[in-house]
Design a protein. Structure first.
Length: 560
């Protein structure tokens, strides 16, 4: 125990060491805290061996171990050089990949140069030296993103001078909203170009996940061919595991969502839920929120007035993409939610901040809000047992909740249509498809609510028919090339339309003409067949239900 208290030590006066209060502190006119503490640091004040960053260890400076940049490197202005031992592996791997690319470029110069005349023995030895098995194996496993976009057999037959940047731009730049990437244009350009060098601000997990998605989409376009999906998936998973505590929360969320989306597309919902759960832990660990509530004291009173504000566009997009993936696995696979319900409450209040969101982020938010409304409509119908509901079973409280939900969904639909006008004027294909998906999901929810009372309420029946016809026009605008980039939630619109038209076909007094039903069935049959080609976007149960509903139509209506 120290014989000098902290107050006397700070004032540089003599301390008599009397406890609990020394004489100097007792005679002082100021209220001092007389505490006797050992000024020498203990073992708890030091970091464990190897926990300091590499620059602080080399310079023998004190490091507090803060991630991603310690305070010492921040004060010295060397934020880019602050690195820890766990990050050296990825930097060395990126350096090796860059070195391989450099050696391949140098080797390509010698391969394209005209060979001097020589005998057969020397030519055979040169051929073996430039085409060794080790070089072929390394080129297949760590080749640039062009091999992740083009099948292996095609890539060997294309000259190396071909530029694959337009193809990457088409798959990642045009359809990035479907992948849930919310990054500035400069960082997005680095992902499209496949820039994974150590000096790049893009984390390798986003590069690996982008290559994974590109290889999968390319395989769907060209047919079942050999593609490096397994290696790219393993790189993404390893990058998540080894840097889970050093990644910034936004990059961690986007990387986890890309891997989870890949598993959902492949139909492995349990693996997808594992990475969605990791994303939910990131939200809790970093205390991320869609809407931030701050309390400011008013000058005219002592009461506190809460002020609501929205997070950054990148954080809002990343969080909403995680929520949307959670709603997808719940609606398509009937699995429980993995994200905390408090984020659903924040999602309900985000509509007041639509004007502050960029167009790309708004598309992701609108799609998430539509899925939330579809989930709420299913919960509301489940309170009355589902199916065809009689008006007499509804209570006043249920009717109030029903009316409020319909009003909220109509307001959300109006916001989507307002942004759709802006997208159509700019001919933005990727945002147009995202808004169409959001519009179909919320229209499907409204249709299911109206269909529940269509047998007993003539107004609900007219509303269901009108909404189904509106969805048919949107579905008819899709082409076969659009489905690789759409979500399985589009099947919710298929189901809602099939329910309404099956009801009208089985009715004695149908309110739809035969021509309208024939056109609707033709559109549904064509698009469902196109959607079956990408069967991993939905479960087999949904596909079987669609087939049963189509087979219930009269045969004469199917021959259109």
């Amino acid at each position: 125990m120290s014989k000098t208290c902290t107050a006397c030590r700070s004032r540089k006066v003599r301390c008599d060491g009397v406890q609990p209060t020394c004489g100097s502190c007792a005679r002082s006119r100021k209220a001092l805290q007389c505490v006797f503490a050992d000024p020498s640091p203990t073992n708890k004040d030091f970091l464990s061996r190897g926990a300091a960053c590499v620059p602080c260890r080399r310079k023998k400076k004190r490091c507090n171990g803060r991630r991603p940049v310690c305070d010492t490197c921040t004060a010295s202005g060397d934020e880019g050089g602050c690195i820890y031992d766990c990050q050296l592996f990825y930097l060395s791997k990126s350096e090796l990949i860059d070195r391989i690319f450099e050696l391949e470029a140098q080797l390509q110069v010698y391969q394209n140069a005209p060979s001097p005349p020589s005998d057969s023995g020397s030519s055979s030895s040169d051929e073996h030296s430039t085409a060794s098995p080790v070089f072929d194996q390394e080129q297949d496993s760590t080749s640039p993103s062009q091999q992740a976009l083009v099948p292996q057999g095609v890539a060997r037959s294309i000259p190396p001078a071909v530029d694959f940047t337009p193809l990457r731009t088409l798959l990642l730049g045009t359809f990035r909203a479907h992948f849930g990437l919310c990054l500035p244009h400069d960082k997005m350009a680095m992902i499209v170009a496949g820039n994974s060098s150590p000096k790049s601000p893009i984390h390798p997990i986003l590069i690996y996940a982008a290559r994974l998605w590109s290889s999968m989409v390319r395989q769907d376009i060209d047919g079942p061919t050999a593609s490096p999906q397994t290696s790219e998936l393993q790189n993404s998973i390893d990058s998540v595991k080894n840097t889970s505590f050093t990644l910034d929360p936004n990059t961690a969320l986007q990387g986890l969502c890309l891997v989870a989306k890949y598993y959902i597309v492949k139909g492995d919902v349990y693996q997808a839920r594992e990475y969605l759960l990791k994303g939910a832990h990131v939200l809790i660990r970093f205390d991320m929120h869609l809407v931030i509530a701050t309390v400011a004291l008013r000058k005219d009173s002592l009461s506190a007035g809460p002020t609501m504000s929205v997070s950054t566009n990148a954080d809002v997009g990343a969080i909403c993409q995680l929520l949307y993936m959670d709603f997808c696995q719940h609606l398509l696979f009937s699995m429980g939610h993995v994200v905390a319900h408090k984020y659903f409450d924040e999602l309900m209040t985000i509509s007041r901040f639509y004007t502050f969101l960029d167009l790309d982020v708004f598309c992701i938010v609108a799609r998430t809000v539509s899925a939330m409304y579809h989930h709420r409509s299913k919960e509301l119908l489940a309170k009355l047992g589902g199916g065809i509901i009689c008006c007499g079973t509804r209570t006043a409280e249920w009717n109030t909740e029903y009316s409020a939900l319909v009003v909220d969904m109509q307001a959300h639909l109006d916001n989507i249509k307002l942004r759709m006008i802006e997208v159509n004027m700019s001919h933005d294909q990727q945002n147009e498809q995202s808004l169409k998906t959001a519009e179909l999901v919320v229209l499907a929810a409204l249709t299911e609510l109206a269909y529940a009372f269509a047998q007993t309420d003539i107004d609900s029946r007219r509303t269901a028919i009108h909404l189904a016809n509106e969805m048919i026009l949107i579905i008819d605008s899709f082409s076969e090339g659009d489905y690789p980039h759409l979500d399985g939630c589009v099947s919710l619109a298929f189901n809602a339309c099939l329910h309404v038209y099956q009801m009208e076909i089985g009715s004695l007094a149908s309110m739809i003409s035969a021509e309208q039903v024939s056109f609707a069935v033709e559109v549904l049959s064509r698009n469902i067949r196109a959607f079956k080609h990408y069967i991993y976007y939905m479960t087999g149960e949904v596909l079987n239900q669609l087939d049963l509903l189509i087979s219930a139509f009269p045969y004469r209506l199917l021959e259109v």
